[in-house]
Design a protein around this ligand. Structure first.
Ligand code: HPA
Length: 281
């Protein structure tokens, strides 16, 4: 047992030390937590009365080296709702343990967040998806080969065996759909497959993913959603379709294209998140 726990350091203690570090800077109790994906971090700039806590000042908080991912926890108010936002996240492919991938999200939930809005950049697999579309995630395929719940269960955080039947909250999905309709654009909807990365997929992998039910593919989100459900937080997931998945477009894939598209849809994305928060207020 001791050997086992050695590989999985006590999560609760690390999380609560991180929470204490954030509490030294602000007493905002977030209602909603936001995880802002590649090129989508700009939303945090719209938060009012904000307190910006660099990840480096938070105990145990892992930091990303990927461009397009700033490393700040931002707390404040958005549309009258107290929020915490992660501007930038770490990915499995950077070599972090699965538990670290979800560390920041767990801290935000532990700070008080009851709902989380998780966003990402993704390749579009569904034929009807166009570059620049926003997709409401209805369900996920965890294809990372690991789980953020690996190791001894922390009973104070959640149960050992977690139900994932409605991992993406129906009511929040309805709110997002309604918000988009009011703003005059359609949200796509579909299943997000989360892979390890860091390579983009091969065309053969994309054909496989389509066959098993994926509509979009990316390198994040699935472990975070598992951790959020573990802690009982409700999840809204939104993908920005930044490119057609490998073999479906005419060009090769690169991170600049992903960031460029995310930047182009920034204003629509910001309005959508803002509209959703307004309804949650
Ligand atoms: N594949 C995986 N991850 C991604 C993609 C993709 O096509 N686009 C943005 N993130």
């Amino acid at each position: 047992m001791s050997e086992f726990t050695h590989e999985f350091p006590a999560q609760l203690e690390r999380i609560d030390r991180a929470v204490a570090d954030v509490r030294k800077k602000t007493d905002v109790v977030p209602k909603v937590a936001l995880v802002l994906g590649s090129g989508l971090g700009a939303y945090a700039d719209t938060i009012e009365d904000k307190v910006v806590v660099p990840y480096g000042e938070i105990h145990s908080m892992p930091q990303s080296g990927v461009s397009g991912h700033a490393g700040n926890l931002v707390l404040g108010n958005a549309e009258g709702v107290p929020v915490a936002a992660m501007q930038g996240r770490v990915h499995l492919y950077e070599g972090h343990p699965a538990a670290d991938i979800v560390f920041g999200l767990r801290v935000m939930i532990r700070l008080g967040a009851e709902s989380v809005i998780i966003t990402n950049a993704a390749g579009g697999i569904h034929h009807d998806f166009a570059v620049g579309d926003l997709m409401l995630i209805t369900d996920q395929l965890n294809m990372t080969g690991t789980s953020s719940l690996l190791g001894p269960n922390e009973d104070a955080l959640g149960k050992r065996f977690v139900d994932m039947t409605t991992a993406y909250d129906r009511e929040l999905r309805g709110v997002a759909k309604e918000t988009a309709r009011e703003m005059g654009f359609q949200l796509q909807r579909g299943v997000y497959a989360g892979l390890l990365g860091p390579t983009y997929e091969t065309p053969a992998e994309i054909r496989m993913l389509r066959t098993i039910g994926a509509d979009a593919v990316g390198m994040s989100t699935v472990l975070e959603v598992i951790a959020a459900r573990h802690m009982g937080a409700r999840v809204l997931g939104i993908s920005c379709i930044t490119n057609k998945a490998a073999g479906l477009g005419h060009e090769t894939l690169n991170h600049d294209e992903v960031k460029d598209t995310a930047t182009k849809v920034r204003s629509r994305f910001i309005s959508l998140i803002g509209g959703v928060l307004k309804r949650l207020a």
